[in-house]
Design a protein around this ligand. Structure first.
Ligand SMILES: Nc1nc2c(c(=O)[nH]1)N[C@H]1C(S)=C(S)[C@@H](COP(=O)(O)O)O[C@H]1N2
Ligand SMILES: [Mo]
Length: 425
């Protein structure tokens, strides 16, 4: 036996010890036969102690993929695009949250929501016009924008129809809250650009307009524009994808997705909001007393367990890590609690560092599943002390006529076979 193979055996054995220790650590009795202990028994040509096929000849040469793509074995990890909803012009594609680790969404899997299709914009012909209540109206080329001092920040972006409030359909974490992603954004603070133009006294709002066929228009309060708003041109190190607003988008950390205008072409500084379609007939919430919530801006604290989650299956009893993501438009996540008993009791999950403001935060809880059916769920608590509500608590306040801004706790049901399903359905 080669030294290499012996090495692998040692590693296999130590992995086995770890999984058993993990099961004990999770509070249950260590069960012989947890994942890993069968590895040496199931002998195949590519399994230990054999040398696998892919070690016997050189691999693919360099240059076959000038822009990298995932392994052919990850073909199933793609955006979740509904086959029943029409997907032309007004469209959405969800991030497969349950397939991802960490907090950053790869650019190819970033969620998409468009009201007039995805325009193809030549950056050389793209301009940003800044006018209205300013001392010096200005028109910027993309080169002008890139000459400003830059900044990179990690923030989530979430559509406020995630999931729609009345019919929380869906099997998977992605079906439910996949209109959510997180990236490192690079651009220029909007304040820097506004200072260049000189905002006049009495200015209260900035109306932002996109260069798509929808000319999507939203009014942004001036305070946000002078705080952490950014004009972004890059996403996870490379230029924005066309779907995310290439070559320029407005990023309003923590504000509902719709206000983060893509393909940004115009900013008008004004005293009154525009009362555009997207802030009157859409993205507002009818309340039981006949009034409507509008200009809600911030996305409230929310979380979801992504593993184990709907559509997945626990194939073995024993140690399993429960993990998921939490986020809040109001700032940092303070803690995440997980319940394993239908919400009767809650325990503290561990938060993965860094915990960033208005960014996804990964949480984890070690768990020993003994095969008993269970209902698991998580709730986020943000730095303002706000606690993510149950759906019943949300309905008690909002009634049943709302459509957007559903940040309810989402339970997953695990049956005796280990099948995980939507606990609300
Ligand atoms: N110009 C323009 N901006 C837009 C939209 C649009 O259709 N046109 N969609 C909005 C909505 S509803 C959301 S949720 C986010 C989606 O951003 P993404 O596609 O980069 O995920 O962009 C917002 N900005
Ligand atoms: Mo949205």
């Amino acid at each position: 036996m080669s030294e290499h193979t012996t090495d692998k055996r040692v590693r296999e054995a130590s992995r086995r010890r770890f999984l058993q220790a993990g099961a004990a650590l999770a509070g249950g009795s260590a069960i012989a036969g947890v994942a890993g202990s069968t590895a040496l028994a199931e002998q195949g040509n590519n399994l230990p102690p054999s040398v696998p096929e892919w070690m016997k000849t050189p691999g693919d040469p360099m240059g076959s993929q000038p822009y990298g793509a995932p392994s052919v074995h990850e073909k199933g990890v793609i955006k979740n695009i509904s086959k029943t909803l029409p997907q032309y012009i007004s469209a959405s594609g969800r991030t497969p949250l349950q397939e991802l680790d960490g907090i950053i969404t790869p650019n190819g899997l970033f969620y998409e929501r468009h009201h007039g299709g995805v325009p193809t914009i030549d950056p050389a012909e793209h301009r940003l016009m800044l006018h209205g209540m300013v001392d010096r109206p200005l028109v910027f080329t993309m080169e002008d924008i890139r000459r400003f001092p830059s900044q990179s920040r990690i923030h989530f972006l979430e559509c406020s129809g995630n999931p729609v409030y009345t019919k929380p359909y869906g099997k998977t974490a992605s079906d439910l809250v996949g209109l959510l992603s997180c990236a490192e954004w690079t651009g220029v603070p909007l304040k820097t650009v506004l200072d260049e133009a000189g905002v006049q006294a009495g200015a209260k709002w900035i109306v932002a307009e996109g260069a798509d066929a929808a000319a999507l228009t939203r009014s942004i309060p001036i305070e946000k524009c002078l705080d952490d708003a950014m004009l972004v041109y890059s996403q996870n190190g490379e230029r924005l994808r066309p779907q995310q607003g290439y070559p320029l988008r407005l990023l309003l950390p923590g504000f509902e997705g719709n206000m983060n205008v893509k393909w940004l072409r115009r900013l008008k500084v004004v005293a009154e909001p525009a009362y555009s379609r997207e802030e009157t007939s859409k993205y507002t919430d009818p309340m039981p007393d006949g009034t409507s919530r509008e200009f809600t801006f911030y996305m409230e604290a929310k979380s979801i367990i992504t593993r184990p989650s709907g559509g997945q299956k626990l194939t073995t009893h024993g140690f399993h890590e429960i993990t998921g993501i939490a986020w809040s438009g109001h700032g940092k996540i303070k803690s995440v609690e997980v319940s394993l008993d239908e919400g009767k009791s809650w325990q503290q999950a561990e938060l993965q560092e860094p915990v960033l403001t208005r960014a996804l935060t990964r949480f984890r809880l070690p768990w020993h599943w003994d095969g008993t059916p269970a209902v698991i769920q998580s709730r986020a608590i943000d730095e303002t002390g706000y606690i993510q509500p149950t759906l019943a608590e949300l309905v008690a306040v909002r009634g049943l006529n709302s459509f957007y801004h559903n940040n309810a706790i989402w339970p997953w049901r695990i049956d005796a076979n280990g099948e995980v399903t939507n606990g609300q359905a």
